[in-house]
Structures are given as C-alpha cells and as structure tokens.
Design a protein. Structure first.
Length: 173
C-alpha cells in the first residue's frame, strides 16, 4: 500500500480510508475494469448494429483496439490480474471477466453466423471464426502497445484478416 500511495502522491492513510487493504483495492480496480469492458462491448455492438457486415466487423475490430490504446492501463490490468494475482482474489474476479468475454464472443458468433448465411463469410464454425477474430485483434493490440506502430498497421492487419475470412470464388484461386 505504501508503494501505491507513493506512486499516486498521497499518504497511505488516505488509501485505508477508502480500502481496507490491497485486496479491496484490487477488487475495486477490477470492478472498474469489468464495468468499462461491459460498456465498451455494448457500445461496439450497439453502434455497429445497423452497419453492413464488413463495416460492422471492421468497426468492432478497430474501435476495440483504439479504446485500449487510449487506455493501456486497463488492458495491462486484465492481463496482469489473470497471471499474477493470488487465487482467492482471482476466484472473485476471473469468473466475472470470463462471463463478459463469453458474452462478447457469443455476440461475435451471431455476427459471423449471419455473415455465413449471407454468403459474405466462408463456411465454417462461426464460434471458431469469432475466436480467430478476437485472437487477431488481441495480437494487433499487443503489438501496437509494444512496438507503438502507427494506425495504418491496424488497417493492414484488418485487411489480411478480412481477406482470409471473406468468401471467394474458388475458380479464381
């Protein structure tokens, strides 16, 4: 708690007036992260709801990345909390995070199912396509945070992803 107080420029007693200890502080930050993720998910799927299929996926892909590029501490918190937090704290945080992630993936799966129904996306398992989408997106986000590449990098990866997913006339290959 001393390190935290020093880092934010307050005295340790101020932290204890709001939190009984590190565990309570972690859980409070965790709840803020979960709330932010839920709001982000609702915004991404809500704003894109009436977009055409390619624009919808592109919007969800890029806006997620931009959100966490603007708020890198949030995504850092998520990755660190999964790896380095004691089990007793992870047990109260991780199930909530997993539920939000599963809801996000379910919503993506619905979108991919619709894209396949329309013949825009190659046939396959829509849930796996949602995982592929998330994996590519998270990989680009990680690379952007580490290498600090320009925004054009996001578009390059999006184009590669989209070319791999989009239905093509097999006779042209």
């Amino acid at each position: 708690m001393n390190d935290i107080a020093d880092a934010v420029g307050i005295v340790k007693a101020s932290l204890y007036s709001h939190y009984s200890g590190k565990d309570d502080l972690f859980l409070a930050v965790g709840e803020d992260f979960l709330c932010d993720f839920a709001v982000l998910s609702d915004r991404l799927f809500g704003v894109s709801e009436n977009m055409n299929f390619p624009d919808k996926l592109h919007y969800i892909f890029t806006e997620y990345i931009f959100h966490y590029l603007r708020n890198p501490l949030l995504i850092n918190f998520a990755s660190q909390s999964i790896k380095f937090v004691p089990d007793e704290l992870t047990q109260s945080f991780l199930p909530k995070y997993q539920k939000l992630e599963e809801d996000y993936r379910r919503r993506l799966t619905v979108i991919f199912t619709e894209g396949m129904r329309q013949g825009i996306i190659r046939p396959g398992e829509p849930g796996k396509k949602a995982w592929s989408f998330k994996s590519t997106r998270d990989g680009v986000l990680t690379w952007m945070l580490v290498a600090q590449m320009g925004e054009e990098t996001i578009e390059e990866f999006w184009n590669d992803f989209w070319f791999g997913m989009a239905e093509r006339d097999e006779s042209l290959q």
